[in-house]
Design a binder for this molecule. Structure first.
Ligand SMILES: Nc1ncnc2c1ncn2[C@@H]1O[C@H](COP(=O)(O)OP(=O)(O)OP(=O)(O)O)[C@@H](O)[C@H]1O
Length: 579
């Protein structure tokens, strides 16, 4: 456990300092108790011998002073350590998480991550201090007392030692059960965290269904399950906890009986018997507290394992000398196959996009269009085949260099609750005002900004709620201009937009495509985007079904021609209903 904790922190010096301090204190405590034997021997006689007791009393007084000083030092060290360790662990986790493939971030994993950063990191640091110190005391004080007792009477010392393995066995069993209960409880808590995220995201749907106040059934089930898991854990741990307490109490009765026998037989003096009984109490007391500590220790062990499971998740593999420059913006898929677990999303996909060209990806829902764009940005690695960007396998390209040259315009654009300027600056923090305005004009965002009450300084609200979906997409396109990304991946909104947004986005995409150094791949749903593309790749069930220019494919009468007609009909229907 100590080794695991040690490995968890990048700078474990605080942990070592604290452990060392409490080890010295625990041994000192045991030795100070041992002083009772010579002191009581000298004092508990018909004629108390103060001269013989004095050196022991002086040693005891000095020891107590040292112990007190160490306790004073250890309290602030403990507090500082707890805060610093939690902060270190959180930083360590966050640094690691930023290196993970984006595909790792599923809802469940996000909930797990939230628990690890908040609850687990805090608990590990807190428990390492609050439980670590008493655990050291609870183990080392009895050990020191056994050594001291051997000096007085080996039979009592052996009885002390005999109690340890029996107590240890029952304690292990109690610990195992506490650990299982804690794992189940944590799983139930993570489920609640996941369902809470879902409940927040699903509020509009729930309210539309008249379920806004009652909440989702899944959330209520998760809460019930958590309560039941808690009860089950308590029921299960009752028997082992009581067994352990019985062993510790039985141990004391056995020591008491042996002490009295040895006293009656003359092997022990009254002073030695009293001292040994005091030692017995101090020997058993920390053992008694171990049962309270074991649950927390196991909880800490589980939290460490959970945090480690995140820290052990490998970042995308990188080669020792990655290519650090992208010469041009061509894209090529060479026989790419990719699956999400058991779901095959792409099978033997091959195609090429010239630098400066615009490619429209089309295909029915689930045909693999989004997966193509995710693989170009290396959210995941392919199972088979390779993806070349600028003639280099993306696995051999420095990932930062790749992402610096890629801009992604998602269907649902997420904006930070900051001003519109700050949201744009994310793409290029050092951009001048002129550059910002030029990007806004190219993305047809300038008119939106002009309408906003505080112009560039208008806050866009949580997740950009102050702007419409189409306006958010225009912010995202403006970021692509600002970033001067040579590769732009766009997931065009599938749903109908108002005519102004529709026209503005079409013009903004057209402007992106005008730059002959920029390669654009657009998951297209609009006839205007489809007809202006240099080439079209039609996917079906994860395979390339047809490729060609828009006019070639319309004549071919395949998937593209069918979808083109569908989109055109939907558009004319949309326009006529609006009119
Ligand atoms: N994160 C994921 N985990 C598991 N399966 C996934 C995941 N994302 C996509 N899939 C599956 O992979 C296949 C291809 O999905 P993809 O999103 O690439 O299709 P698409 O053509 O973009 O669909 P749509 O037009 O509906 O967005 C589908 O069967 C989908 O269910």
């Amino acid at each position: 456990m100590i080794r695991k904790l040690y490995r968890l922190w990048p700078n474990p010096k605080i942990l070592l300092r604290m452990g060392g301090l409490h080890t010295v204190m625990a041994i000192l405590q045991g030795l100070l108790l041992g002083l009772l034997v010579p002191i009581l021997r000298a004092l508990l006689q018909a004629e108390p011998d103060f001269v013989a007791a004095t050196p022991w009393l002086v040693i005891g007084a000095v020891g107590l002073l040292v112990y007190w000083i160490l306790s004073v030092i250890s309290t602030p060290v403990g507090f500082t350590a707890s805060i610093e360790l939690a902060a270190q662990l959180r930083r360590h986790l966050m640094n690691h998480v930023t290196t993970l493939p984006l595909g790792w971030f599923t809802t469940n994993r996000k909930a797990r991550l939230a628990r690890a950063v908040t609850a687990d990191a805090g608990n590990i640091a807190h428990l390492a201090v609050v439980i670590g110190a008493p655990s050291i005391t609870a183990s080392l004080v009895p050990l020191t007392i056994v050594v001291v007792t051997f000096v007085v009477d080996w039979r009592i010392a052996l009885l002390f030692l005999a109690i340890v393995p029996i107590a240890w066995l029952t304690l292990r069993r109690a610990g195992r059960i506490a650990s299982i209960a804690e794992i189940e409880l944590e799983e139930a808590a993570t489920e609640i965290a996941g369902r809470s995220i879902e409940l927040g995201q699903a509020q509009p749907v729930l309210r539309a269904a008249g379920q806004g106040s009652t909440g989702s059934i899944r959330m209520r089930t998760a809460l019930d399950e958590h309560r039941e898991t808690y009860r089950r854990g308590l029921r299960r741990s009752m028997v082992p906890d009581l067994t352990y307490t019985a062993v510790v109490m039985g141990g004391f009765i056995a020591i008491l009986i042996l002490c009295v026998q040895l006293l009656l037989s003359g092997s022990l003096t009254v002073a030695e018997t009293v001292a040994l009984l005091v030692l017995a109490v101090r020997f058993l007391e920390p053992l008694g507290t171990l049962i309270e500590l074991i649950g927390a220790l196991r909880a800490m062990e589980n939290a460490v394992a959970r945090v480690q499971s995140i820290l052990k998740t490998s970042a995308l593999p990188s080669i020792s000398k990655p290519v650090r420059q992208l010469k041009e913006a061509s894209i090529e898929f060479r026989d790419v196959t990719f699956s999400y677990g058991d779901t095959t999303a792409l099978s033997n996909v091959s195609f090429q996009c010239r630098p400066g060209s615009t490619t429209a990806l089309v295909g029915p829902s689930g045909s693999g269009k989004t997966t193509v764009t995710r693989l170009i940005a290396r959210f995941f690695d392919t199972d088979k085949g390779s993806i070349q960007v600028g003639g280099v396998d993306v696995r051999h390209l420095d990932h930062t260099i790749l992402l610096n040259d890629i801009a992604i315009v998602f269907q649902e654009v997420y904006l930070f609750d900051a001003t519109i300027e700050e949201n744009l600056r994310l793409a290029c923090p050092e951009a001048t005002k002129e550059e910002l305005e030029k990007a806004a004009r190219s993305a047809r965002l300038d008119k939106v900004i002009a309408r906003l009450p505080d112009g560039w300084n208008t806050r866009v609200g949580e997740a950009g709620a102050q702007l419409s979906g189409g306006e958010r997409q225009r912010v995202s396109i403006a970021r692509a201009f600002l970033k001067k990304a040579r590769i732009v991946l766009i997931d065009e909104a599938a749903s109908a937009l108002d005519p102004e947004n529709e026209r503005a986005i079409a013009e903004a995409i057209g402007n992106l495509a005008k730059d002959r150094n920029r390669t654009v791949i657009v998951i297209a749903h609009r006839p205007s985007t489809l007809s202006t593309a240099d080439q079209v790749i039609a996917l079906d069930a994860g395979r390339v079904f047809e490729t060609g220019t828009p006019s070639e494919l319309r004549q071919a009468g395949g998937i593209f021609a069918r979808l083109y007609d569908q989109y055109s009909r939907a558009r004319s229907w949309h326009i006529s209903t609006k009119a």
